[in-house]
Design a protein around this ligand. Structure first.
Ligand SMILES: *Cc1c(COP(=O)(O)O)cnc(C)c1O
Length: 388
């Protein structure tokens, strides 16, 4: 049923599902057991045990994730950070060097710059939008290139084709965090990326009710990550596997609606006199609009924007808006909004925030499944008579 000729929407429903169905159940049941009867397995990593990521719930989910990612194999983890940290630890040893873009997800940035150096793993952060400058970062120990499909929160788009070519020319293993551009929008393996990482907490699950991560790649590469995950212990619980599998079935309809709404909302915001700048890769004004159009099938559900009145106006706007909830995270059915400089990036040095283009007044909006017209009406009333 995971026929590669099927479209994404069909694969999301059928790929990986057990054949025949378990006790004829249409929906995959939850195997809420930590351990399984021993059947003569000879390798520790093959023993059936929930921490070893091989329950029936894991197996089904891995099949579905591999099919929708165009990959040979997939692995789920307890969070996006578990996928990222476990994969990096599985690839890099003392003395190795990592090249990563300078606009990383906050948790990844801290892991690379503060945690990995303790194990003798060094790094150089390179300019996200300037692939020509990356060769200066190369060292004899350079082993991995780490990029993101779209950066947070200013939605820059790195030249991902050139990134792969650069890595191939220098024998680097290529990793991409594609959380902001999930399957249905973008297939990094199609461009040649070796390992693709996701926070499944976001679009893949889409309901803001669990944390999970995903790693996809060749069977050989994913098996190495699995051995590390087995020991680091970041296994996804079978109940969360069940919820993620359920959430994923609607990914393509959710994404289509979120991308359509985001385009309408971004266009509304760009035309509003109180709004000074809108960051959305679907807008012609976005500096990498053409690049994004060549990479993605649509432009995602994330919008960042600035108001003329700066941080004060942003806070007032966020108080007045009634539909988007004020919370971190993204990609779910509820629209969520934050001011990164006051929230997720509050611990980042203001100079580094400036370099990353995160002004004090920047608002990040994750567009959910509310009707676009209702969202626009709500934002219009929140912008009306703004004092700042
Ligand atoms: C949320 C997020 C992560 C971390 O995922 P968790 O599931 O919260 O651990 C990593 N990368 C990106 C781009 C994210 O948005």
């Amino acid at each position: 049923m995971s026929d590669s000729a099927h479209s994404m929407a069909t694969k999301l429903i059928h790929a990986g599902e057990p054949q025949p169905r378990v006790n004829r159940a249409v929906t995959m049941p939850i195997f809420q057991t930590s351990t399984y009867l021993y059947e003569g397995e000879t390798d520790y990593h093959d023993v059936k045990y929930a921490r070893l990521n091989n329950s029936p719930n894991h197996t089904v989910l891995h099949g579905k994730l591999a099919a929708i990612s165009g990959a040979e194999a997939a692995l789920v983890t307890a969070s996006g950070m578990a996928a990222i940290s476990t994969t990096l630890l599985s690839l890099l040893s003392h003395g190795d060097h990592l090249i990563a873009i300078d606009c990383l997800y906050g948790g990844t940035q801290t892991f690379v710059t503060k945690n990995l150096p303790r194990f003798g793993i060094e790094h150089t952060l390179v300019e996200t939008s300037n692939v020509d400058s990356w060769s200066k970062a190369l060292r004899p120990g350079s082993k991995v290139l780490y990029v993101e499909a779209m950066t947070n929160p200013t939605l820059r788009v790195p030249d991902l084709k050139r990134a792969v070519a650069f890595a191939r020319a220098h024998n680097l293993v290529t990793l991409i965090d594609s959380t902001f551009a999930p399957p249905g929008l973008f297939q990094p393996h199609g461009l040649g990326f070796d390992l693709v990482l996701h926070s499944a907490t976001k679009y893949l699950n889409g309901h803001d009710d669990l944390t999970a991560g995903v790693v996809t790649g060749t069977s050989e590469r994913v098996a190495v990550v699995k051995q590390w995950l087995d020991h680091l212990g970041g296994a996804l619980d079978p109940h969360a596997c069940f919820l993620l599998q359920r959430g994923m079935k609607t990914l393509s309809v959710r994404l289509r609606a979120q991308c359509e709404s985001a385009m309408k909302i971004a266009t509304f915001l760009e035309g509003h006199p109180k709004v000074s700048y809108v960051y959305y890769p679907g807008l012609k004004s976005h500096p990498q609009h053409k690049l994004a159009a060549g990479l993605y099938d649509a432009f995602g559900g994330m919008i960042s924007f600035e108001l003329h009145g700066g941080a004060k106006a942003a806070d007032e706007f966020m108080r007045r808006a009634e539909l988007p909830l004020l919370a971190v995270s993204l990609g779910g059915v509820d629209s969520l909004m934050i001011r990164p400089a006051a929230g997720v990036h509050v611990n980042v040095d203001p100079k580094d925030r400036d370099a990353a283009g995160i002004s004090d007044g920047l608002i990040r909006l994750s567009v959910g499944l509310e009707a676009a017209d209702d969202m626009i009406a709500d934002m219009a009333q929140a912008l009306l008579d703004l004092a700042h």
